[in-house]
Every structure is written in structure tokens, then in C-alpha cells.
Design a protein around this ligand. Structure first.
Ligand SMILES: [Zn+2]
Length: 243
């Protein structure tokens, strides 16, 4: 029990597939507060004192008693709580920020009169491509994340969308660490090529994958990635365009 919660007078309801950092950010914008300021305010309410620093790690959003306090402040129902805090997959990105987005999804949100929100699977480290649209996720600027009001602009998102058409893999989630980035890119592209080949019935390269039939390779890939890593349909169409 964390004291008597005074619920937020205004609180956007979480979308069913929304990530916690995204929802938390939208709550803050209702009060013209950035994520860091709102984090500090909630922390203060729990501790009853000023926190040591106004900048708190975003993974607080996954820790008790913070989560319980958020649920009380937002008057979340049990289903809303289970959606916002699903069991961890252990593939979550460490900083737990709403750090990437798909311009197509965000434009859809605006078209449906909602503030663009972060999908949960965008926080999975294997996810670099939008499931729905097959385009690379775009990294948000820090100023965008730290803003104290909704920073989404229809014009900017449309620009992102145009840019992405020719930018498929250039903006992955690792903007610094060029070596890591190129390793990741190389692995992703290699998996994509093998997947596209396996879908066409071509045996995977035994040197890399061991002796596997194409179907076995695809079964294993399904097991370990739930297909979200490679999005083979856009990959296949992309490959057929290039050949
Ligand atoms: Zn999308």
C-alpha cells in the first residue's frame, strides 16, 4: 500500500498495445510536463521527499512500487494494467524510452484523431521494422522525447515517410557504435536473404546454419523470432525487385 493516491484529474487511457513509456509521456503532456519531470513528481509522491535527481532512469516505469503508484494515479483497470505491463520477454531495450516510431503508424494515429503512441513491440531489441508497414523504425530525437508537450507533426511525419522510402536500413536503433551497427545490419540482412531463399525452397548455407532443410530453417526462425525480426513478405518483395 503506497499511501492514499490522489488520481490524476486528466489521464489518457492506454491503448491496448501501447508501451508504458509512451503512455507515461502522454500523461505528462496533459500537464505540460516532460517525462523526467513527471517521473520526479511521482517519485516525490512515493518517497514524500525530493528525489536526489530530477532525472530518473526510465526503467523505473517497470518497478514496484512505482508501477502500483502509476496504476493508482491513472485509475487503471486490471485489463489496462495487464496490457501495459505484460510479462517481460527479456528482449526489452534497456533504456525503456519511447525511442523509435513508425511514421506510417503515427500518421494513422493522427488520421484517427489520437496522439501518436509507441507500440509495445517497438521496445523489443529485435524489432527494427514495423510489423504493419514493413518499413524501418525511425529514431526519435532526444529533444522530441524530452518535450513537455506533444511534439508530433503531420508535416514532419509525412517527411519521415518519404525519406524512409529510400532509407530502409540506414536508421536502425544503434545510431552510435558504428561497429555494432554494421554487425547488426550485416546479420539482419544475412538472415533476411536466407529467409527469402528458404521461402523459395532453397537450402540454407550449411556452413552458417548447419544441415537444415528450408522448412526446418523457417520453423526454427518462427520459434525464435515470431517472424517479427525479418518480416519476410516485404523482404521477399524487396529482393525480387532487386533481382
Ligand atoms: Zn507502422
Amino acid at each position: 500500500m503506497i499511501g492514499i493516491a490522489r488520481p490524476w484529474p486528466i489521464c489518457p487511457r492506454p491503448q491496448h498495445d501501447e508501451s508504458v513509456p509512451s503512455w507515461f509521456e502522454r500523461v505528462g503532456h496533459e500537464y505540460t510536463m516532460s517525462r523526467a519531470v513527471l517521473l520526479a513528481a511521482v517519485e516525490r509522491e512515493i518517497a514524500g521527499t525530493m528525489p536526489a535527481s530530477a532525472v530518473l532512469p526510465a526503467d523505473r516505469l517497470l518497478e514496484r512500487p512505482f508501477t502500483e503508484k502509476l496504476a493508482a494515479l491513472g485509475q487503471l483497470t486490471d485489463p489496462e494494467k495487464s496490457c501495459l505491463w505484460p510479462p517481460p520477454s527479456d528482449w526489452e531495450l534497456k533504456d525503456q524510452a519511447f525511442g523509435v516510431y513508425c511514421p506510417h503508424c503515427c500518421l494513422n494515429d493522427l488520421a484517427n484523431n489520437r496522439t501518436p503512441y509507441g507500440r509495445q513491440y517497438w521496445l523489443q531489441s529485435w524489432c527494427t521494422i514495423c510489423k504493419a508497414h514493413g518499413s524501418a523504425l525511425v529514431i526519435r530525437k532526444q529533444t522530441h522525447i524530452d518535450s513537455n508537450r506533444s511534439p508530433w507533426s503531420h508535416t514532419d511525419l509525412k517527411h519521415d515517410r518519404e525519406f524512409l522510402a529510400s532509407n530502409r536500413y540506414r536508421d536502425l536503433k544503434v545510431p552510435s557504435h558504428p561497429e555494432l551497427r554494421s554487425t547488426l545490419l550485416g546479420c539482419l540482412l544475412y538472415i533476411e536473404r536466407t529467409t527469402a531463399a528458404a521461402i523459395s525452397g532453397v537450402l540454407p548455407d550449411a556452413w552458417s546454419w548447419g544441415k537444415l532443410a528450408a522448412v526446418e530453417f523457417l520453423t526454427i526462425l518462427t520459434d525464435v523470432t515470431t517472424w517479427s525480426l525479418t518480416h519476410f513478405e516485404p523482404v521477399r518483395s524487396g529482393l525480387s525487385l532487386r533481382t
